[in-house]
Design a protein around this ligand. Sequence first.
Ligand code: C2O
Length: 541
Amino acid sequence: ASPPRYTFVVEETPYKRLCSTKNILTVNGQFPGQTMYVHAGDTIVVDIYNKGNRNITIHWHGVKQPRNPWSDGPDYITQCPIQPGAKFTQTIIFSSEEGTLWWHAHSEWDRATVHGAIVIYPKKGATYPFPKPHAEFPIILGEWWKEDIGQLYSEMIQSGGDANTSTAFLINGQPGDLYPCSKPDTFKLKVVSGETYLLRLINSVVQEMMFFAIANHKVTVVGSDASYTKPFLTDYVTISPGQTIDLLLIADQIPNNYYIAAKAYSAGAGVPYDNTTTTAILLYQGNSNSSPTSLPNIPSHNDTKASVHFTSKLKSLADKNHPVDVPHKITTHLFFTLSVNMLPCPNSSCAGPNGTRIAASVNNISFVNPTIDILQAYYYHVNGVFGTRFPNFPPLLFNFTAQHLPLYVLPAKRATEVKILEYNSMVEIVFQGTNIVDGDDHPMHLHGFNFYVVGWGFGNFDKDKDPLTYNLVDPPLQSTIAVPKNGWTTIRFKADNPGVWFMHCHTDRHMSWGLVMTFIVKDGKGLGAQMLPPPRGMPPC
Ligand code: C2O
C-alpha cells in the first residue's frame, strides 16, 4: 500500500490578533497549522506547494528520518529552499518515536507562524505505558509580533544588533484574556470532572524558554520529545523552544474555571524578553461560573533554579518495554563551547555592544550558510562548499563572575565547517556555556537523532570529577536540551544514521547569529547502512 499523502499549501493569510489584522504565512490557511496523526513506524508523504512570496522549507522536528536527510528540511543544510511558485515532496519516515513532536518551517524565522503538532500513537495494537486518557489535546505555546516576522529578521541581520521581542505569547494561537481584544477567543480546554487528560505541550516560541502551569492542578509528566519518561508530579513545567512534554491532567478539583498560563523564562539579566502572560481556560463541564479563579503560580522570569529543577527531574521510563541503550564505550569525545559574542562591524556602525555586531558560535565558529546545501555538496562531491575541520578543542574559558570582559577575549570566526563522524561511532558531547557579556540558556537541538542527557552542572566542566556524576541508568532521551547559562550539559548518542544532520540552538536569534553546526555521518558497510538516494525534484538553489 502506498503511504498516506498530504498537501501543504504555504500561503499568506490574514489573521486578526490584538485588535488588528495582518497577513501571516500559514500552511493551508491555518494558524497553528494542522495536527498530523501517525503511528510509530509509519511513513507519510507531504506535497508542499509554496504559494507565498518567500523562500521556505519544512522540517519534521524530532523525527529521526533514518537514512533520509533529504526530507529533513533545514535550508542550506539538507536542501535548497522551496522558491515561491515551486513544489517539493517530502517523505517522512517515523521509526521509534512515540508521543508528541511537531513540524515547522526551517528558513529564517518563518516557523513563528508555520508550525503544527505531530501526534505519534503507539504501533497499532500497542498501548500507552500509562492509563488511557479520556481525551487528548495538543497545547502549542506560540508567539505573536505586531511586525512582519520576515522584516524583523532582516532588520536584525542588517543592524547587527538584537531583535525586538514579541508582542504576545499564545496558547493554541490565542493570546488569552489578559491581552487587549483577545478575551472571546481565549482557548478553552473542556474537561469532565474526574476524568484524566493527556496534554501534548509543544514550545513553538521563537525566542524564549517558557514556564507553564495550571491553577490548582498538578500535572504528571509522562513523556518528552516523543520518548516516555518516569512519571512525576509537578506544579509547573519548564519547556525549551523545540521541546515537547506530555502531561497527564486529572480533573479532580471543584468544578470551576481555572487559568492555564505560560510566561517566558529568560536567564540573561540584560537579555530582552516578552514579560507578558498568555492564558487559556480549563473549563469543567456543567460549571456555570464565568470568570476563572486566580492565575497559577509561575516561577519568576529569571528563576534558573526552578527551570533546572524541573528539567533535572526528566528520566527515561526505562522499563522492560522501553529499555535504555546509553553508549558506554565512547569513541568520539567532543567538547563544544556555546557563546554569544561579537564580531567586528563591517561598516563600524552596528547595533551590538560598542558598535560591534552580535554573533554567536560553537567552538568560536560562527556558522555561515553556504550557497548550496551541504547535503547536496557532500553527495555530489562539490568542492569548496564546506570545510571538514570543525575544531574540537576547548577555547578559552573564563571566570564567570567577571562582569565585563574585554570584547577580544573570544572573537568568533565566520566559517562553514562540518564535523565528520564514522558510522556507528559512540559520540559524547560536552556543551559548555561561555557567554561573554550577558549569557542565556541554549536549548540545543540535534537533527537525525535522539540523545541521552547523562549529566549537567553549573560553572566550568571538570573532566575529572563531573563524569563521575553521570546518570547511565535512566537518563532522559531528548532531541532538545537546555544547556544552562554558564553551565554544562553532556549528551551521548550512537551515530547510526548516515546523512547530514544539523545541530543548533533552538532560540532563533542565537541560531541566526551562528550558534549552529553540522554533522556528516558517513555511510557504513552492509545492508541498510547507507544514505538513501535523493528523491526526484530536490529544489535548486
Ligand atoms: Cu525545530 Cu532545526 O529545528
